[in-house]
Design a protein around this ligand. Structure first.
Ligand code: KG4
Ligand code: ZN
Length: 334
């Protein structure tokens, strides 16, 4: 059987990325151009600026992915690109580059859901086993997804307000830490010798949904009260307390869902899955229950195109094909 090579392209937010993946499981090249330096100046992602960076980078990043792999377009079987969700201007840069590349080289094009990509990052490490539970925690998402088979996704819980990563970034800003705040809070929490107790948002009994805006408000109120009394805040204690609340809720709900749906495997994905406190807590909880649990390495947790190529490979194998009429879908359902 002939090997399959898929070019993945990802531009849904602030990383311009291209990657070539072999047979859906092996990374041949993986190029990511980050805009973090630019965002630090603005304290976050500015959609219009993100689009401009993508325009400047996209052809270079695709060329580099081919060069690193030592491959020509004719060696590829298809192009997979993030179709949504994400910033529409940013998505369109990747989609149009993918269309032009696919048309010029007579290749099929496949539209990939960004979250499916985050989940399929795990296929680059080990084979998925179904039913599978995925916890996706990133700057834009906090979701519990049940998969019965390749390509079959059922959303069982999601955030009702802020995404987990968004809460990390906002709390970090309150503490005067640079963007992106997740890794900064991670560091402070890991080195802290105490934690401030903040509330946990469990929502209705049985719900797999999440809410983080109340927690964020508690941190803001806590700081406000200290400021009024003229007292100094201890950022490490606050970071540790905030993270403890996020980690406890995510771990408890993921564990309950894994048991209720009797899953064979649990995976975590998205930028916040890089968090050391969360990884340790999930690892411990699932080990105790004897449920296999996996998290991809940090470089595959944050946005990248290898995950899009991996998800695109599974779709390609199932016969899914897109058309050159593909458009960006900012609110694309899973
Ligand atoms: O998946 P990702 O790269 O982009 C999105 O699709 O959103 O996730 C970025 C998010 C940011 O909010 C960032 O602060 C957070 O992931 N993040 C972390 C850590 N590393 C990145 N949050 C907590 N702990 C970390 N170590
Ligand atoms: Zn992402």
């Amino acid at each position: 059987k002939k090997d399959m090579y898929i070019l993945g392209i990802e531009t849904s937010c602030d990383e311009t990325a291209a990657s070539i993946v072999k047979n859906g499981t092996e990374i041949i090249s993986n190029v990511v151009a980050s805009q973090i330096v630019s965002q630090k100046r603005f304290g976050g992602v500015v959609p219009e600026i993100a689009s401009r960076h993508h325009v400047e980078q996209i052809t270079l990043v695709i060329e580099e992915a081919l060069l690193d792999a030592g491959m020509k377009p004719a060696d590829l079987d298809a192009v997979a690109v993030t179709e949504g969700p994400g910033l529409v201007g940013a998505l369109l840069i990747g989609i149009n580059a993918a269309k032009a590349f696919a048309f010029a080289n007579s290749l099929p094009i496949i539209g990939v859901h960004h979250i499916a990509g985050h989940i399929y990052a795990n296929e680059l490490m080990q084979r998925m086993e179904f039913p599978l539970l995925a916890l996706i925690v990133s700057g834009g998402h906090t979701e519990l997804v049940l998969m019965g088979a390749h390509g079959s996704f059922k959303l069982i819980g999601e955030t009702r307000d802020d995404a987990a990563g968004e809460a990390y970034d906002k709390v970090a800003r309150v503490l005067g830490l640079p963007y992106p705040g997740g890794p900064e809070i991670d560091k402070l929490a890991a080195g802290s010798d105490a934690e401030i107790k903040f509330p946990r948002a469990w929502l209705e009994p049985g719900s797999y949904d999440f809410s983080f805006s109340g927690l964020k408000s508690s941190v803001i109120n806590y700081k406000h009260n200290l400021d009024q009394r003229g007292e100094e805040i201890n950022p490490a204690h606050v970071a540790a307390g905030f993270q403890a609340s996020v980690v406890e809720v995510l771990t408890t709900k993921a564990l309950r869902a894994a048991k209720e749906y009797n899953v064979k495997q649990v995976i975590a994905a998205g930028g916040v899955a890089a968090n050391r406190g969360l990884r340790a807590s999930l690892e411990k909880a699932f080990q105790e229950k004897g449920i296999p649990f996996y998290v991809p390495p940090i470089s595959l947790c944050t946005d990248n195109a290898a995950m899009i190529a991996a998800a695109g490979s599974a779709m390609f194998t199932e016969g899914v094909r897109g058309t050159l009429a593909m458009n960006g879908k900012p609110g694309m359902p899973l």
